[in-house]
Design a protein around this ligand. Structure first.
Ligand SMILES: Nc1ncnc2c1ncn2[C@@H]1O[C@H](COP(=O)(O)OP(=O)(O)OP(=O)(O)O)[C@@H](O)[C@H]1O
Ligand SMILES: [Mg+2]
Length: 467
């Protein structure tokens, strides 16, 4: 029992430092248990890893939260130790180790996990942070756009954010919130398309006990949660009719009535709404209330698609290469000029979101410290329509008119008859009918141009009677 006593002492030492310790029940497999009780650190006997029912170390590491695993072994055994470390154990501890050393080691692992976690949370926050600087641009479309944005940052009016998918409507809404006087208040985002109708109503406006089945206690709606801040309604075009009425009333009266409630609650919320539907069409077709539309669309901001501001591509690429370099831990410094050229020329139907996905993939695939064209997906790197034809060579226009005209005409004739013979597969009769010429004239033309009908026959069709 000396060992059990030791485990308890270690447990107590950890609990004293605010670490939550849980023991896996004997009956349940360790791996299954970790599914229910995610852990940062798992202490396990080597015995429990062996045998048919034992969990493998790799399995344990793959459990939710990807715990670190410390393995206890009966006796020092260099080979077993090397094997366990190779399989991903963070440490292998011999039972003979002193209490004090064990405690220090465990606390160090826990501290390291906490640091990692903090770093991850911070990275996630950074990722979500957005400022108007993110939209700074040299492209004329964006300069004009940002000029309007800056003028409405502190206006208390509702904003309607329009633009293709992935252009950054939500990113912009956050940035405006951060730049506005409401920045200390909450920014709440709700996707109207992601919730069922009944849920959406209570999510937005809240509900009081017993309002509908399953509602067991008061729930504060997003309007209330966003009090003092900004409420961003994404996909507002999906809002069903009766909620459009309710939303309009909330905007006009600056108050909401929770589902099942009687009293209106005052709320101080700035509303921003977004959609990639054409709301004017929705209004015309009777799917969106015009009064709500006009209320929302006091100021409409149409975020330009990325292909209309290609000058922004290099900066976005740089930002997201840096992001994924850190996130994926790959030593990728940047993008080769030829790859950047492809990125700038791509049309980006999925806009910034597509660009982010392309960069994540490229950083992941990169085999050296720069992203190369081969790391880009075929939509970006693949064959594009040929570059626009070079401007006509003006030298061909020099000289007397007759000569220039005849040269151009000959060129046209040659292209016309070559194509005609190709599509007719070298059959003069058919070609002459298509061209509206007699076979005789066609022959003359071919001879003049040095074209031979045989050259246009299909390989499987050698010769054949002349027409
Ligand atoms: N100017 C920008 N700088 C950096 N990141 C951006 C910028 N614009 C958009 N993004 C990022 O691009 C992604 C897509 O942006 P967002 O979700 O705001 O697009 P959206 O217009 O709301 O798209 P959807 O219509 O599909 O909802 C997000 O990860 C966002 O952070
Ligand atoms: Mg969005």
């Amino acid at each position: 029992m000396a060992r059990a006593g030791r485990a308890e002492r270690a447990e107590r030492a950890l609990e004293d430092r605010g670490v939550v310790v849980a023991r896996a029940p004997a009956g349940e497999g360790l791996r299954a248990w970790l599914e229910r009780v995610p852990a940062d650190l798992v202490l396990v006997e080597a015995r429990a890893l062996a045998g048919r029912r034992g969990a493998s170390l790799v399995d344990l590491r793959a459990a939710p939260e990807h715990p670190e695993v410390v393995v206890f072994v009966e006796a020092e055994d260099a080979e077993a130790r090397a094997r366990l470390l190779a399989q991903g154990a963070v440490a292998v501890v011999y039972h003979g180790v002193s209490d004090a050393a064990l405690r220090e080691a465990l606390l160090a692992f826990v501290a390291r996990r906490r640091d990692d976690l903090r770093r991850r949370v911070r990275a996630r926050l950074d990722e979500r942070r957005s400022g108007l600087d993110d939209f700074a641009s040299e492209s004329p479309a964006m300069i004009a756009f940002l000029d309007v944005v800056r003028r409405v940052v502190d206006a208390e009016t509702s904003l309607l954010l329009l633009g293709e998918t992935g252009v950054g409507k939500e990113h912009l809404a956050r940035a405006i919130h951060e730049a506005s006087g409401r920045r200390r208040g909450p920014f709440m985002a709700v996707n109207c398309a992601a919730l069922s109708e009944s849920l959406l109503e209570s999510e937005l406006f809240g509900h009081v006990a017993g309002a509908f089945t399953g509602a067991v206690r008061d729930r504060r709606g997003y309007f209330e949660l966003a009090d003092g801040g900004t409420l961003f309604l994404d996909e507002v075009g999906e809002l069903p009719g009766h909620l459009q009425v309710k939303l309009l009333r909330a905007l006009q009266e600056r108050a909401v009535v929770p589902v099942g409630g009687e009293r209106a609650l005052e709320v101080d919320v700035r509303l921003m709404a977004a959609t990639n539907r054409d709301l004017q069409v929705e209004v015309r077709q009777g799917r969106f209330r015009s009064d709500l539309f006009y209320r929302l669309a006091v100021v409409t901001l149409l975020v330009p698609p990325l292909r209309e501001r290609r000058a922004d591509v290099p900066r976005l690429v740089e930002r997201y290469v840096e992001h994924y370099r850190r996130r994926l831990g790959k030593p990728v410094r940047g993008v080769r000029p030829d790859a950047l050229d492809l990125l700038v020329r791509h049309d980006w139907p999925g806009n910034v979101r597509e660009l982010i996905n392309v960069i994540e993939r490229a950083v992941l695939l990169a085999t050296c410290d720069e992203v190369a064209p081969a790391d880009l997906p075929v939509e970006v790197s693949g064959p594009r329509p040929a570059a626009p034809a070079p401007p006509p060579d003006d030298a061909a226009l020099d000289g007397p008119w007759i000569r220039v005209r005849d040269a151009a005409l000959r060129d046209l004739e040659r292209r016309y008859f070559a194509r005609l013979m190709t599509t007719s597969e070298g059959r003069v009769g058919a070609a002459a009918r298509r061209a509206g010429l007699s076979p005789r004239s066609l022959f003359d033309a071919l001879r003049r141009l040095g074209l031979r009908k045989e050259d246009f026959r299909r390989a499987a069709d050698p010769g054949g009677p002349l027409p």
